[in-house]
Design a protein around this ligand. Structure first.
Ligand code: SF4
Ligand code: SF4
Length: 550
């Protein structure tokens, strides 16, 4: 491999790489605003200037190709002077309104002003004032004063979203980005410009002014919006999900997320109006109304309702639930009822898919069900229900109304048991027992994406179950600082449990001990028995996922 020297360190590079790429690969940081590894090079911000021996002038590291024997300095006096000058220039008209800027705390301009500027400006004229509240589209706001004209947002729309919706207009100090006349920034990936904007010029209409970033905690997760399984970082304050951002994974979503996934996959987690906050049963004598009960009572009613050996049970697995949940359901069907009648309801929407990330399969774990040998329901399943083959239905995390069976066809079912996290009309009308199950944001577990990659979920927010397991649960850093404002004191914890755990409890009441205490034990057994993967654990899944060879 060819080599160059950066700051006296010998660095290997691949032919064709630029100096900034070679430096990055070897852990040397060169500041940059306009350069982004996922976009073309524009070379307009100049903060990445470096000194290259035998070149007469400083060169920008983002567009200079690395060459064998090249000697680069990123911290020489000349370079530091250039960095100071660029920062002074960029800050001339910048409003310096960090105290009210959403980006503060994670802003490149703020960080670089600290690291690469002199901390003083010689400019004492009136700053050039511009509009601060421009609605660019349904999800993105623009603050013209904060923009440093790096063109990342323009290049993203042109090159990644393939919808050229932004452009520069004007010149010099008046230059600004804008949409074309009569058009909006409304492509399905528009919100990615918010993160790639190196300053607080582009902000999310959904998250704007909702929290300072240092008051939030962040957890790696997976978007459950479709079978792509994009990697995310979820921001939480006071046990409430406030923001989802992309987490870089070159094998899955690179640096991006779709707007739909960001905006629609978490709201229900904190929805106090619709979340199910306790197990419920329908008492024998009052046939109409569900009443809240404790976990033991719901388990014991399920056992008594399912105990009649003559009652054949149909099990509905769920492509929205984890591998652990579905494996435990399959095991439950087999070991307690000697049944393989486990099916699921697919959700394919061709209009949702595209060539970038979005997949027509709107569920996060259909590939996982396939790997577990669980197939979609068939016309025969529906005929069997109508013909009275089954007397009980046990369904996790899905809406059976999607089967479009008439009420009379369901009439043969004497017992309905559901695991649900949110209100569902069909379940409320028919259930004998409803278990309040945790959402994907409250559990340890795994999904398998459309390519067979197992990816890891971790608890993002806490339920009462976690509080019980962990004892004193530290809710957020805000507690420590005591800087409380009543408006932000939302701190709701639902009484919900993971599906695998509920099923394990019921199996135990039937006299069968699955010996599952943690989800990782379910995972290890499932990998060994269903996927032929011995000694698997969550560590092996790691942050980038584990591709299962087919
Ligand atoms: S809005 Fe942000 S990303 Fe777009 S040109 Fe300005 S600074 Fe760059
Ligand atoms: S493409 Fe699918 S997985 Fe990715 S963010 Fe959108 S909905 Fe979520």
């Amino acid at each position: 491999m060819p080599k160059l020297t950066i700051d006296n360190k010998e660095v290997e590079f691949i032919q064709g790489q630029t100096v900034i790429e070679a430096a990055r690969k070897s852990g040397i940081k060169i500041p940059h605003f306009c350069w982004h590894p996922g976009l073309s090079i524009s070379g307009n911000c100049r903060i990445c200037l470096v000194e290259i021996e035998r070149l007469p002038k400083l060169a920008i590291a983002c567009s200079t190709q690395a060459a064998e024997g090249m000697v680069v300095h990123t911290k020489s006096e000349k370079v530091v002077d250039a960095q100071n000058a660029v920062m002074e220039f960029l800050l001339i008209n910048h409003p310096l309104d960090c105290p009210i800027c959403d980006e503060a705390g994670e802003c490149k301009l703020q960080d670089y002003a600290f690291k690469y500027s002199k901390g003083a400006s010689r400019f004492d004229e009136e700053k050039n004032h511009k509009d601060k509240r421009i609605t660019l589209g349904p999800n993105v706001m623009f603050d013209r004063e904060r923009c440093i004209s790096c063109s990342r947002c323009i290049r993203f729309c042109d090159e990644i979203a393939k919808e050229p919706q932004l452009t520069f207009i004007q010149r010099g100090e008046k230059v600004t980005i804008t949409t074309f006349p009569g058009k909006e920034l409304d492509n399905p990936y528009s919100m990615n410009v918010i993160e790639i904007c190196p300053v607080g010029a582009l902000t999310s209409r959904d998250f704007r002014f909702r929290s300072r970033v240092w008051d939030m905690s962040f957890t790696d997760s997976i978007c459950p919006g479709c079978s792509k399984g994009c990697n995310t970082i979820v921001g939480v304050r006071k046990n409430e999900i406030l923001r989802i951002e992309p987490r870089q994974n070159p094998d899955v979503n690179e640096w991006w997320l779709c707007d739909w996934g960001r905006l629609n996959t978490t709201k229900y987690v904190n929805d106090e109006k619709h979340r199910i906050n306790s197990p419920m049963i329908k008492p024998e004598e009052e046939s109409e109304k569900l009443i809240k009960v404790d976990w033991e009572e719901a388990v014991s009613k399920s056992v008594s309702d399912l105990s009649n050996k003559e009652k054949k049970v149909l099990f509905f697995a769920s492509p929205y639930s984890t591998l652990e949940d579905n494996y435990t359901l399959k095991k439950f069907a087999k070991e307690i009822f000697d049944s393989s009648d486990v099916v699921y309801i697919p959700n394919i929407d061709e209009s949702f898919g595209d060539d970038l990330l979005k997949k027509p399969d709107r569920t996060p774990n259909a590939a996982g069900l396939k790997a577990l040998g669980i197939n979609p329901y068939t016309e025969k399943t529906l005929d069997d229900i109508a013909a009275g083959k089954y007397k009980a239905v046990y369904a996790i995390n899905d809406d059976l109304d999607k089967l479009h069976l008439s009420k009379t066809k369901w009439n043969n079912i004497e017992t309905f048991i559901f695991h649900l996290n949110s209100y569902n009309r069909f379940a409320y009308e028919n259930a004998d027992v409803i278990f309040s199950e945790s959402t994907y944001a409250e559990i340890n577990g795994t999904f398998m994406n459309f390519e067979g990659r197992i990816q890891r979920l971790k608890p993002i927010v806490a339920t009462l179950e976690q509080e019980r397991l962990l004892g004193e649960y530290s809710m957020s850093r805000l507690d420590k600082f005591g800087a409380a404002n009543d408006r932000w004191m939302k701190e709701v914890r639902f009484d919900a449990r993971p599906t695998w755990k509920i099923i394990t409890q019921i199996a135990k009441a039937f006299g069968v001990d699955f010996k599952f205490e943690y989800s990782e034990e379910v995972f290890a057994e499932m990998c060994a028995k269903e996927l032929g993967l011995n000694d698997m654990d969550y560590e092996k899944v790691g942050s980038r996922g584990y591709p299962v060879k087919k």
